[in-house]
Design a protein around this ligand. Structure first.
Ligand SMILES: Nc1ncnc2c1ncn2[C@@H]1O[C@H](COP(=O)(O)OP(=O)(O)OP(=O)(O)O)[C@@H](O)[C@H]1O
Ligand SMILES: CC(C)(CO)[C@@H](O)C(=O)NCCC(=O)O
Ligand SMILES: [K+]
Length: 256
């Protein structure tokens, strides 16, 4: 049984893959100081709660935070007796190599999204992932990651306003009824919500124009549905793209 771990700058997600489906998905905030024993306490409590009794034989990790990988390796070794595959390390093979400037270290989450999206949809894709940052991953006809766009994340943008301006409160994202806000919170939500609708549209249009072709736009990440409700920004919405990509890369390494 495979344990897939997606460690982002904000949240860490564990999912158990039985070869056909995910049995459960567990989420915790990312902390570089969390020890192997702390991971196990959290993990074993939740799998027990869900009534899952499986033997983990394989682990694959994608981490955008390099520091957490050490403790996740210890966790994997100590409690499952195996060595994890770590996306981005030389020993972890990718189905298609990224084509970027020499010396560029592409975020492993973007490599994983690319592999997952190409497996499901074929090539010429734009994957828009709403995490800590909002990333656009451009996938070639043949399935290579060929570059993209990194924009500040939705929650990060709201938080930045709050942090930098004394009179601006902490606000959660939601769809404003109107564009013209008549109170501070509504003004802030309008700026970020409608600003993001425009950002996604404009960037996707410009990518298609630059590449001189039609491309399939895939939306993923926690906030993708909120934007998709309002405007037809995406051709496809995926709620488990990163996890799917991890299973694709794991399979590729097993077969290879
Ligand atoms: N309607 C909503 N309003 C506010 N936040 C939401 C809403 N729906 C989902 N979310 C947030 O989306 C997040 C899940 O997003 P996702 O897992 O894609 O990225 P992340 O964990 O924030 O970032 P990263 O992967 O970079 O750590 C959760 O933290 C959740 O709080
Ligand atoms: C952009 C983030 C933070 C998105 O999670 C991550 O993919 C990352 O740290 N990337 C490294 C730089 C790059 O992908 O070009
Ligand atoms: K993510």
């Amino acid at each position: 049984m495979l344990l897939a771990i997606d460690c982002g700058n904000t949240n860490t997600v564990f999912s158990i893959w039985d070869g056909e489906k995910f049995l459960c998905t567990l989420r915790t905030s990312t902390h570089h100081a969390r020890t192997a024993d702390a991971y196990f306490t959290w993990y074993s409590t939740l799998v027990k709660h869900y009534g899952i009794d499986v033997e983990i034989t394989d682990v694959i990790i994608s981490s955008t935070v390099p520091r957490v990988v050490f403790n996740l390796r210890v966790f994997t070794d100590r409690f499952f007796g195996c060595r994890p595959l770590v996306v981005g390390k030389p020993e972890c093979l990718l189905p298609r190599e990224p084509r970027v400037d020499e010396g560029t270290i592409v975020g492993p989450d973007r490599l994983v999204n690319t592999a997952g999206a190409f497996d499901r949809h074929g090539g010429d894709l734009i994957v828009v992932d709403f995490g800590t940052a909002t990333t656009f991953d451009v996938v070639s006809k043949d399935g290579n990651y060929i570059g993209g766009v990194i924009a500040p994340g939705v929650n990060l943008s709201l938080e930045a306003l709050h942090m930098a301006a004394a009179a601006l409160p902490h606000v959660d994202i939601s769809k404003p009824q109107k564009v013209v806000g008549t109170n501070t919170v509504a003004c802030m939500q309008s700026g970020v919500f409608w600003g993001y609708i425009g950002l996604v549209k404009e960037i996707c249009e410009r990518i298609k124009a630059e590449r001189e072709r039609e491309m399939t736009v895939i939306g993923t990440g926690g906030l993708a549905p909120l934007f998709a409700e309002t405007e037809a920004l995406f051709d496809v919405l995926e709620d488990d793209l990163t996890m799917h990509g991890l299973t694709v890369i794991h399979n590729h390494n097993k077969e290879g």
